[in-house]
Structures are given as C-alpha cells and as structure tokens.
Design a protein around this ligand. Structure first.
Ligand code: GDP
Ligand code: FO1
Ligand code: CA
Length: 320
C-alpha cells in the first residue's frame, strides 16, 4: 500500500507518527511537508514544518511544543541576542542550529532541499520518505492593517512575534505560481493508493501545499481516494491559532466549513471523505450536503496510540 500524507508542523508531525505506526510492513509512506514557513535567519535556512516532521519521525523532537529538539539548550541564541543578530523573539536552539548549519552548507554546495532531507534520513531512519512540497523558495506573508494603510510581514513575525494578535487581511505565497512540485511529489500522488490530509492548518500549512501548481492538479486527477482529518474539534482549533487564519479567508472555525472549503472531489475539490470528531457528529449532514462522505471518530492525538487509532480510521475511511 502506498500512502501519501500532506502535512504541516504540529498537527502534521503527530499525524505522520500515527500513520507510520498504522501502516503494515512493506507499505510505503511519503510525507509531503509544507515549506511556506521557511525562512533565512542569521545566515541559515530554516524549514520549521519539515524539521518538526523529521524530528518527530526520528524520535528526537520536543513533543510538547511540536517544534524543535528535545533536551535543547540555547547558548548560541543567547549570544546572537547579545550581538543584536537575528530576531530576539525567535529562538534557535543549539541542537536545532546544528541541522540549520548542515542544511545551509549543503544548499551552498548545490544540494536541493529534497536532497538535504534525504541526507538527514541517512543519519536518522525515518520509516517514511519526507519530501518538501517544492524546492523553490516560497514565503508566506501576512498583510495587516496599519492605520489607514497596510503592512506586510513574514508569517513567522506575525505568528511568533505577534502571536497572531494583529488582524490578518490576507495571506500570500509570493512566487508560488512559478514553483514546481519537488521531484517525486506529483509522482507519489499519482501512484498513491491513499492520500491523507493531516489535521494541519488549512490556510498556512495545507493551503500552500495544494497551491503549488502541479500538486493541486495531481490531487485532482489521482485515482487514490483523498481523506482529510479535521483540525477543528467541537468548534475549536486544538493547538495554535489557526482560527485567526481561517477567519482571514472567510472560513468559520467549524469542521464542516473546513470540509466545504476543501470541497468535494466530485465537484472539483480536494477530498472524498472527511473525519469528524465525536463532538461534531451533528455536522455530518452539512458535510454530506457538500458532497463529502464523513466518518465520526476520536480526533485528539494525545500520544502515539491515539494518533495511530486516528490514522487507522483515516485508512479505513479511504477504503470506502
Ligand atoms: P504548524 O505548522 O506547526 O502550525 O502545525 P500544523 O499546520 O501541522 O497543525 C496545526 C493544526 O493542528 C492546528 O490548527 C490544530 O487544530 C491541529 N491539531 C493539533 N493537534 C491536533 C490533534 O490532536 N487533533 C486534531 N484533529 N488536530 C490537531
Ligand atoms: N515558535 C515560537 O513560538 N518561538 C520560537 O522562538 C520558535 C523558534 C523556532 C525555531 C525553529 C523552528 O523550526 C521553529 C520555531 N518555532 C518557534 C516554531 C514556528 O515558528 C511555528 O510554530 C511554525 O512555523 C508554525 O508552523
Ligand atoms: Ca507550519
């Protein structure tokens, strides 16, 4: 069985672990990671969602935070702050910086981001192939009101510095129309038996992935069923501030509204089936009205067993 998962950071990495444990021997798992959060900082390339997924699969992640390494120290970051270098509100852990330095060196030697991740997988057996959505550098920017005018900033500044407290007018991914899917992404989707959308942020995680031109097309034409998992449980996002992102694109923080936003594949959309939390069972008719089959199942990923059970439910849903 060939399974492809589209994933962001916190929700994406937890779900990826669940899918890996739910899959049988001989099954092939490909995880397509959002790279819209990526940035250059203090001379190094950061790929937060890729790294959250790789660290989680390698078992070296800080599971509570959902990003960065377990057992992290911050000597270098403290020194950078004293230099006035980088962003004082954005901490690069020492172990994490080891990866950023390695990656930046390899990129400068001419490796692609896809090849860099493959190198990471030589050190850490991941039990999955992790692909960036694209090797092209694509940012996510957020435009907010600034008096009578507007101001545009990098997603990380809006998210981490301002904690999403500035009302977003819109999100953009400059350059994404020219971006190509990373090698293997469209092929994996075309050859998949199942495609799963992790319960990731629909706006700034899944949104950029499906906005890469060849990826959206590959999803529309693959013969594999596509099953999405709601990141909203009982009308609330589980971890983070995705509700504020959803409001900016006019989508309610509601599991059925997100399903309708992705749309039914029968009607040119992205999903065949949608996993709803038990708390949201009453939304099943609304999801059905959008032409999407829904399955009610526990959606909380508390630990590996609950993430595995969720992944199993998604795989069962895909089989029809
Ligand atoms: P980010 O890139 O770090 O922001 O992480 P993702 O985009 O992958 O995931 C963020 C989303 O994951 C949030 O909007 C949450 O609603 C969702 N999420 C986090 N934990 C869980 C969980 O246990 N269950 C479900 N269903 N969604 C979750
Ligand atoms: N999130 C924070 O809230 N504060 C930080 O200082 C921070 C540092 C950081 C460094 C590397 C990395 O890969 C991620 C980091 N994050 C930090 C998480 C990240 O900003 C966001 O949560 C994601 O980009 C959203 O997906
Ligand atoms: Ca992200």
């Amino acid at each position: 069985e060939r399974v492809v998962v589209l994933a962001g950071g916190v929700g994406g990495s937890r779900f990826a672990l669940g899918v890996r444990s739910a899959m049988g021997d001989g099954a092939e798992l490909t995880i397509v990671a959002n790279t819209g959060d990526d940035l250059w900082l203090s001379g190094v390339r950061l790929q937060p969602d890729v790294d959250s997924i790789v660290y989680a699969l390698a078992g070296v992640n800080d599971a509570e935070r959902g990003w960065g390494r377990a057992g992290e120290s911050e000597h270098v970051s403290g020194e950078l702050r004293k230099w006035g270098a980088g962003w004082p509100w954005f901490t690069l852990g020492d172990l994490d910086l080891g990866l950023h330095l390695a990656r930046t060196g390899w990129l400068r030697e001419g490796l692609t981001p896809t090849q860099v991740i493959a190198r990471m997988a030589e050190r850490w057996p991941l039990g999955a192939r992790v692909l960036p959505m694209t090797d092209t550098e694509v940012d996510t920017t957020v435009t907010v009101r600034n008096g009578s005018s507007t101001r545009t900033m990098h997603f990380q500044e809006w998210w981490t510095r301002h904690r999403a407290t500035l009302e977003p007018l819109h999100f953009d991914n400059p350059g994404i129309r020219q971006a190509l899917p990373a090698p293997g992404v469209a092929e994996a989707i075309a050859a998949a038996d199942v495609v799963l959308l992790a319960p990731s942020n629909p706006v700034v995680s899944i949104g950029p992935i499906v906005a890469v031109p060849g990826i959206g097309d590959a999803l529309r034409i693959t013969s594999a069923p596509i099953v999405g998992v709601s990141p909203v449980i009982g009308g609330r996002v589980v971890r983070g501030m995705a509700d504020i992102c959803l409001a900016a694109i006019g989508v309610a923080t509601d599991a059925s509204a997100i399903a309708s936003h992705y749309g039914s594949r029968d009607r040119g959309g992205l999903v065949d089936a949608w996993l709803l939390a038990e708390e949201d069972a009453a939304l099943a008719p609304t999801v059905a009205a959008a032409g999407i089959r829904s399955i009610v199942t526990p959606l909380w990923m508390r630990d590996e067993p609950t993430a595995k059970a969720l992944a199993e439910a998604a795989l069962v849903a895909a089989r029809g």
